[in-house]
Unconditional design. Structure first.
Length: 410
């Protein structure tokens, strides 16, 4: 019996010792992995410098010739026998049983008939727009090209009936058409319409409708934020409205925008943050840094936009550097967010990354130096690897400026 007890005790001690060894291995596993990345970082740094030196002597590919300009489509001159009111009624009725694409093609045909009638069509268009009726079209390539759900001033297919009529007024031109567009601007309850009308009227009559546009945009921005708007045209509602303020350089809404930075769902209102950044420049860093610790942002995954604001100024502002370093070392921030913030050191803050200029060189140099300072002490392997990627790209960007490719011989 005594021998049996001794065996049990020895076995128990062996298991305990084994558990301790396993725990110690797990404890040092992260440190070892991080040390490996740091060693790789130092080696890769030297290799990258050598690779860039060799790349300078590589053969240059000739630049591709510029594409030929697209020929303008001639305006249709056919005049319909229908009255403006009849054409608008036909547009509103649509085509029963037709596919969405065919409905839009028919609408384009009818809108061309309306435009061909010239100024005589303006009263009917003006009256219809005042009724606030609309049809949203689902067409291939409706001409959406702006960011945040904005609509380009020129589109192939109108995204809605109202937009088709706005464009008809623009193309008809004249004082009466301009007045009709101004009325639509002041009465619209849709951000994308206000942005499009403001841009169009600014082209037609510079600054004449500035105050009307600003009043319309601010009025709609005061509404409760629609987090999931049902209408696809309203997906970028606040982006469009803030773009109107930015277009006219209006900063009087900054204090109000600050109160709207945290949405009811605990996320950052990106359009409001972007407007504050555009309006205040580097002064917006302090606002973002303070909001980063706001208890209303209880979900760390919602904080990335604030750190990204600082990223735009990293390498040019000490406060931005400090805030950026705090964010990327915040392990509560998702790994993907931290990795993207670091890797995008080669992107955010540059006017045109594809066409770098001498003025960009100082920022590139500052960011290279910043990475050389922070990378050896990276918080974890995710950050260490991201620093390596950003460093490699910034070195290439510096080389593009210092050693530009020779111009292609024509």
């Amino acid at each position: 019996m005594k021998k049996f007890l001794i065996v049990i005790v020895v076995a128990g001690l062996g298991g305990a010792v084994g558990a301790i060894i396993v725990f110690q291995r797990l404890q040092t596993r992260h440190s070892a992995e991080l040390a490996t990345y740091q060693a790789q970082w130092q080696a890769e740094k030297a290799e990258l410098e050598a690779e860039l030196e060799n790349a300078r002597t590589a053969a240059r590919m000739a630049a591709a010739p510029a594409a030929a300009p697209i020929a303008a489509v001639p305006v249709r001159e056919t005049v319909t026998n229908a009255t403006p009111g009849e054409i608008i009624a036909k547009l509103l009725a649509g085509k029963s049983g037709a596919t969405p694409a065919r409905i839009v093609r028919l609408a384009v045909h009818d809108l061309e008939d309306l435009i061909a009638l010239g100024p005589s069509a303006v009263p009917a268009i003006r009256g219809f727009l005042a009724e606030k009726k609309d049809i949203v079209y689902q067409a291939p390539d409706p001409g959406k090209g702006g960011r945040g759900g904005s609509i380009l001033n020129e589109f192939i297919y109108p995204p809605s009936l109202r937009f088709g009529l706005f464009d008809a007024l623009r193309r008809i031109g004249g004082t009466e058409a301009e007045v009709a567009l101004g009325e639509a601007l002041s009465s619209s309850d849709r951000g994308v319409e206000v942005a499009w009308l403001a841009r169009t009227l600014q082209e037609m009559a510079p600054n004449k409708y500035r105050e009307v546009a600003l009043a319309a945009a601010k009025g709609l921005l005061a509404r409760p934020v629609a987090i999931n708007p049902a209408n696809p045209l309203d997906n970028g509602d606040r982006d469009n409205l803030f773009s109107v303020l930015a277009m006219f350089g209006d900063t009087t809404y900054v204090s109000t925008a600050q109160t709207q930075l945290v949405r009811s769902d605990g996320a950052v209102d990106r359009p409001a943050l972007k407007y504050i950044q555009q309006s205040l420049g580097q002064q917006s860093i302090g606002i973002a840094a303070q909001l980063y610790d706001d208890p209303r942002l209880s979900d760390p995954s919602k904080k990335e936009p604030l750190a990204r604001l600082a990223l735009n100024f990293v390498g040019a502002d000490a406060q931005a550097n400090e805030f950026f370093q705090k964010a990327i070392n915040d392990l509560a921030l998702p790994q993907d967010h931290r990795r993207n913030l670091i890797e995008d050191l080669n992107q955010d803050g540059f006017m045109d990354r594809k066409n770098l200029r001498e003025i960009d060189l100082q920022l590139i140099q500052n960011r290279i130096a910043l990475i050389e300072q922070m990378a050896p002490n990276a918080t974890d392997p995710v950050n260490a690897k991201a620093f390596g990627e950003a460093y490699k790209d910034l070195l290439k960007m510096r080389d593009r400026i210092l050693n530009p490719k020779p111009s292609a011989v024509k």
